[in-house]
Write a protein of this length. Structure first.
Length: 222
């Protein structure tokens, strides 16, 4: 069986490196939802021990990216309607709070960074960048919103679901990418403008609607 090529692990914390490399491969679409993750093959590809791979996989399990258990193969999580409902409901509440908090707390540097990410998204769409590239910019935009909010516990809550959001959005793009491409720039531009100078209540509604639109799009394709 052909082993998916992964970047070799640098010699820092090898479990962290293993988690990073496998996460990258999942987000790049090399390992699809439901795909098995085999310790022996990953260890050989990364040139590290199976123990380090095992620890890295455990980290990904805590992020909700993989599922494993006794006498069960380790697999990338499947994207089920129930999972989508749970994750996007949590994300909607978090994104609403992050956006309205950033509306007050964001620095000019934060605001300029959001505008720059919208511009990058527009360029990526215009040049027909692939789904993972668009998603990376999408998530980077939201990372910056959370950073601008300046609430450490809110950021921790976002990071607890961030990997699952990326995986679910990747599935959304793979199932119906034209809908995503058609909306992604306008939706993020509106959020950036409202965070800079918009009405707080409208911003809260738009932040939630942004998430619910993604949720309904994915559920319609599953």
């Amino acid at each position: 069986m052909e082993v998916t090529p992964l970047r070799k692990a640098a010699r820092r914390g090898l479990a962290d490196e293993a988690a990073d490399r496998v996460r990258e491969a999942i987000f790049a679409g090399h390992f699809r939802p439901g795909a098995p993750l085999r310790e022996v093959e990953l260890a050989a590809s990364l040139e590290i021990s199976r123990g380090s791979v095992r620890e890295g996989i455990a980290q990904l399990a805590r992020e909700g990216l993989v599922r494993s258990g006794w006498h069960r193969p380790t697999t990338v999580v499947d994207v089920t309607p129930e999972d989508v409902e749970e994750v996007y409901s949590v994300r909607a509440a978090l994104d609403r709070l992050a956006a309205v908090t950033a509306r007050t707390a964001a620095s000019e540097e934060d605001l300029d960074a959001l505008d720059a990410l919208v511009a990058e998204l527009a360029t990526a769409v215009r040049t027909h960048a692939d789904g993972p590239r668009l998603l990376a910019l999408d998530i980077a935009f939201h990372d910056r919103v959370y950073a601008a909010a300046g609430n450490g516990r809110l950021t921790e809550a976002w990071e607890a679901v961030r990997s699952q959001v990326f995986l679910f959005q990747l599935q959304r793009v793979s199932l119906g990418h034209q809908h995503y491409r058609a909306r992604v720039v306008a939706e993020h531009r509106e959020l950036a403008e409202l965070i800079r100078s918009g009405d707080r209540e409208r911003l809260a509604r738009v932040a939630e609607a942004h998430v619910h639109s993604a949720q309904q799009s994915l559920l319609a394709e599953l």
